[in-house]
Structure formats: structure tokens, C-alpha cells
Design a protein around this ligand. Structure first.
Ligand code: DGJ
Length: 555
């Protein structure tokens, strides 16, 4: 058992600020650059995760909540994860298990996970299940839970405590941040050479429910005080580029720059949410700050998304949601980006909402199912996603297993190309906006307009397995003049020219194939029925495919 006394080191953690965010662009600290530890780097308009000095495309899966609490339980799971072609596993790390007694740390579980990940050539993204996990504080250690006097809870209107640690307590913050700093210090000690651990998620789905805000005495007091100048200054400086929902809210008071929360943002649950978001962000920021002072890995927070028509308090409010992006960015500059957990069908819409205002897209959780295969293509092709990771990956079953493994296999083959073409408008992703979508979608790429229609599998067999879901989607990369790579399933694409020159477009060749060590290896030459006699490119329904097409122009 690894035991560590931490008090002597507590103060040291506060000193270094390792990362900063300037207008959404992450600048690694000098220390991170020099030591080669995983970091974020701009590449065109994209933000890339750099591991061992090279950009890294994260093909991941998140474990169910309890699996990583037992190394024995995990033993048969590792090979399954490898067979899914994952390169990274997102693993919960539990505050209650690493600090079962105050100030006595046990990292044996973390060490075991790192060891097994290395043995299976997988990278890890630990998820810090600490003060908040899906709004609740169920992962706080017993010594925190049972000492409500010292570690206060959020309270409802009647003064009853909830199992939600108050973000307004310095004692709560100090305990969480100390434990996180100890974890990051330990990671530096055991992993700063191998870089098995490549990013860290701070807390999990922070949010306030079933009330729109904490009603404790301290919360009420702060709510009736002035909005902190740090937030006011940020909002004033970014007034013209704020996320429209927040700007509209502030516009109601004619952009008042001084006053209580209700004076600045108007009365209502929306203001409760902004108030809570600021304080949750300040907490997460301090936790990340002390963690990065020990070991400055990229850090992010994730959000439970809003059900349509729900109001703050009816959904886990005040988390890192798109309409609160500015609040979180102002309050938590140590957090490198905000991430969505996408369990809804409108996957493309949520990707767009999180890939705005300089926030890079990384999806730590998404619903696990046949659509995972095409959602990964879309997020990576259309939004330069750092990575994709469906939830409860160890419970995967057919047909999702074959589809996801197939999709990750193709994405792994394409990784060097994808990383080279990110951030330059040289890639597009395709996904039906709704399951029944019939109308073609258009994308402009490499001097052409691509008209994409989606097919549905018929009869319901996909990748050799029964499924009733319509699986279609994919990505395209403009790899050279008049030349594209297409990957995906159930797509038909026609081409139109949108640059000057001969107006008509013909197909010179379509090859099916694969990439081996970055080199294209053609298989069948597709023509005749497979391209509708030269009229279109088609990735058939029911089978993931990779094709390379050359076009030409005529009149
Ligand atoms: C989202 C959470 O972040 C996960 O930890 C897990 O609880 C899933 N929801 C369950 O659907």
C-alpha cells in the first residue's frame, strides 16, 4: 500500500500556474513543452492533444462507474478493450478509495490500472470522481460525508442538506484539491516518463438538481452580494462575442456592470444557474490549478446535457453547458476545455454547440450503440474532435462491438492523415441530423460541393449482425487536388465543381482499400454498378468501407 503524508506539501501546490487560456486558445506552460508531457497544441484552427511529441487521436471508451474499483474485475476486460481497437480508456478514479482516511493516500488501484494499461498498450484518462459525480457527492470519502459540520452541504429552501457538497465552503474545496494534487503528484512520480496517462477529467457532470441553486445561509449571502469583478471584467471585455443565450440574458438589464446577481442578470432561475456555475467553476479551477502545479496534464470538465424544455433545477444545471461556456471560461481558466456527454439522438447538434468559441471538441461519454461507429466519424471529420469515447464500453455487445471495432480500425488507419488535415477545412463529417433524414446534405471540400444522401440498411443487417438502427455516416478527407478519401457506411455522394474551370465533374477512379503504415493499399477498383456507371461514390449500407476517389472536370 502506498501511503503518503501530504500536509508538508500543501502550500507548494498553490504556486505554479501551468496553463493559461487566451481567447479559447490553450498555451502550454514552458515546463510542459520541455518535458514532453502530454499537452494541447494548435494546428490550424484545431486543437490537438500531443503525446510523446506527436499529435494523438483518442479512440476511446469510458468504463462503467464501478468497474475500475477492482483490478480483478478488470482482468478479463482489458483484452476486450484491445479487441475493440481502442487506444485509450477513460477510467474513474475514486476519491473515497484513494483517501479512505484523511491525509493517508492509497494509490495501489491507480498503479494497478496504469500497469495493466501499459501491458495492453492502452493510454488512460482518469476521471476524478470526487466532490461531484452527476451532481451528487457520493464519491466523497466517509470522513467527509459524516462530518457535515466541517464539510457543509448545499441546502434546500427548508434548510435540509442534500448529498451535494456546497461549492461555497473553503474546507470542502481544500480537501478535494489536496487529494487531487496528491493524485497528480503520484502520476508525475510514476508516469512522467511513459505518459500512459494523457489527460484528466476534473469531477464528473457537476450540476445542481433538484433546485436551481444552493439555499444555504452562505449561498444566500453571496447571492445578494455584488457579482465578482473578475466575472464582470470578463463579460465586459467579451461582450460582443459572448454565447448568444448569455448575452441575451445580460441584455435584459442593458448590460449592467455592477450590482447583485439579480441586478446584473435579472431575477429568475437562469440567474440562479449563472451564480452556481460561477462558483462550481471556481471550485473546479482551484482543484485543477493545484493538480497542474504537481503535473500539468490537459484537464477538462464534462456536462450532463439539457432535456428540451427543461428549466434550471429540472436538469443538472450550472455545469459546463454551452450556454454557460463564458462563465466557466472566466471562472476556470485552468480547465482547458468543456466536454459534452451525449446521450441524445441529436448528436450533430450537440457537437456544434461544444465546438464553438474556441472550445475544442472532446466527447468523453456518448451513448454506446450501433450509432457510436458513425458518431465517431462525424465528430472527428466535421469537428476536429480530440477524441471520442462511448460509455460503459465493457458492456458492448453485437452489433455495436463489430461496428465500433470496425470504425476504430479505419480511424486508426487514417490517423496520420486526419491529424495532418485537421484545422484546415480539408475534412468533413457526415451524419443524418434526424434518423429519417432523406434530403441530401451538402459539404464544400477541396474545390467541390459534395451532395451526400444517407442509405438505410436493408434488410436490417449491419456489419454481419442484426440491427434495427439506421446506420449511416462517415467522413471525407481532401487528400490532394481532385482526390478524396471517404470512410463510413451507407453514404452516396455526387460531386459538383465550385471553382472556375470546366463545369462538369467525372470520376476517374474509385478504389476500395486500406492504409498500412500510412501507405494506401488498393483492393478492388470500383466501377460499373458500384459507382452507378461513374455517377457517384457509394459506401454501401451494412458494411463499413474505405474508398479513395479521383475526380476530373469536363465540359
Ligand atoms: C453520465 C455519467 O457521467 C456517468 O458516470 C454515468 O452515470 C452515466 N451517465 C450513466 O448513464
Amino acid at each position: 500500500m502506498f501511503l503518503l503524508k501530504t500536509r508538508a506539501r500543501r502550500q507548494a501546490g498553490a504556486l505554479a500556474l501551468a496553463f493559461c487560456i487566451v481567447a479559447g486558445c490553450v498555451i502550454p506552460a514552458r515546463g510542459a513543452q520541455q518535458s514532453g508531457i502530454p499537452q494541447l497544441r494548435k494546428h490550424g484552427t484545431a486543437t490537438q492533444l500531443v503525446v510523446d511529441g506527436k499529435p494523438f487521436l483518442l479512440l476511446g471508451g469510458e468504463l462503467g462507474n464501478s468497474s475500475s474499483s477492482s483490478l480483478e474485475y478488470m482482468r478479463p476486460i482489458w483484452p476486450q478493450l484491445v479487441s475493440l481497437n481502442l487506444n485509450t480508456v477513460l477510467v474513474p478514479v475514486y476519491w473515497e478509495l484513494i483517501e479512505p482516511t484523511e491525509d493517508r493516500f492509497d494509490f495501489s488501484l491507480v498503479d494497478g490500472l496504469i500497469q495493466e494499461a501499459r501491458r495492453h498498450q492502452l493510454r488512460l484518462v482518469p476521471l476524478w470522481f470526487a466532490s461531484w459525480k452527476n451532481s451528487m457527492s457520493c464519491y466523497a470519502p466517509a470522513w467527509v460525508k459524516t462530518n457535515q459540520q466541517r464539510f457543509p452541504r448545499a441546502e434546500d429552501k427548508a434548510g435540509n442538506g442534500m448529498e451535494i457538497l456546497s461549492p461555497f465552503s473553503q474546507e470542502n474545496l481544500a480537501a478535494d484539491a489536496r487529494a487531487f494534487a496528491a493524485l497528480m503528484r503520484h502520476l508525475r512520480e510514476v508516469d512522467s516518463r511513459d505518459h500512459t496517462v494523457i489527460m484528466v477529467q476534473v469531477e464528473n457532470e457537476i450540476g445542481m438538481i433538484p433546485d436551481s441553486r444552493d439555499r444555504s445561509v452562505i449561498a444566500n449571502k453571496l447571492f445578494n452580494q455584488s457579482v465578482p469583478p473578475e466575472l464582470m471584467n470578463y463579460l465586459e471585455q467579451h461582450r460582443d462575442t459572448l454565447i448568444p443565450e448569455l448575452r441575451a440574458m445580460w441584455a435584459v438589464t442593458k448590460f449592467k456592470t455592477r450590482g447583485t446577481w439579480e441586478e446584473v442578470f435579472g431575477p429568475g432561475v437562469g440567474t440562479d444557474e449563472v451564480f452556481m456555475a460561477w462558483h462550481f467553476a471556481r471550485h473546479a479551477n482551484r482543484v485543477a490549478e493545484l493538480g497542474k502545479a504537481e503535473y500539468p496534464l490537459p484537464m477538462f470538465v464534462n456536462a450532463a446535457l439539457i432535456r428540451p424544455g427543461h428549466q434550471p433545477g429540472q436538469y443538472p444545471s450550472a455545469g459546463p453547458l454551452p450556454h454557460l461556456l463564458n462563465i466557466w471560461r472566466a471562472g476556470a481558466p485552468q480547465i482547458d476545455f468543456l466536454s459534452p456527454d451525449i446521450y441524445f439522438q441529436n448528436f450533430a447538434e450537440w457537437c456544434r454547440k461544444y465546438h464553438q468559441s474556441g472550445n475544442p471538441l472532446f466527447i468523453p461519454e456518448a451513448i454506446l450503440g450501433p450509432l457510436s461507429a458513425v458518431n465517431a466519424f462525424y465528430a472527428i471529420g466535421q469537428h476536429d474532435a480530440i477524441g471520442f469515447s462511448p460509455f460503459s464500453i465493457e458492456s458492448v455487445a453485437e452489433p455495436t462491438r463489430s461496428l465500433l471495432a470496425g470504425s476504430y480500425d479505419i480511424l486508426a488507419q487514417l490517423t496520420p492523415l486526419i491529424l495532418a488535415h485537421q484545422g484546415k477545412n480539408e475534412m468533413a463529417g457526415f451524419l443524418p441530423e434526424v434518423a429519417e433524414q432523406r434530403a441530401p446534405q451538402q459539404a464544400r471540400l477541396g474545390g467541390y460541393t459534395l451532395n451526400v444522401t444517407y442509405e438505410r440498411p436493408s434488410p436490417s443487417v449491419t456489419q454481419g449482425a442484426q440491427t434495427s438502427d439506421p446506420i449511416s455516416g462517415g467522413l471525407a478527407i481532401a487528400v490532394g487536388p481532385d482526390e478524396f478519401i471517404f470512410a463510413g457506411i451507407g453514404l452516396t455522394v455526387t460531386f459538383e465543381a465550385h471553382t472556375s474551370g470546366p463545369p462538369l465533374v467525372g470520376i476517374l477512379s474509385v478504389q476500395e482499400g486500406k492504409y498500412v503504415d500510412g501507405q494506401w493499399q488498393p483492393g478492388r477498383w470500383l466501377n460499373g454498378d458500384q459507382t452507378h456507371q461513374g455517377r457517384h461514390l457509394r459506401l454501401p449500407a451494412g458494411k463499413l468501407d474505405l474508398q479513395r476517389i479521383k475526380l476530373y472536370r469536363y465540359r
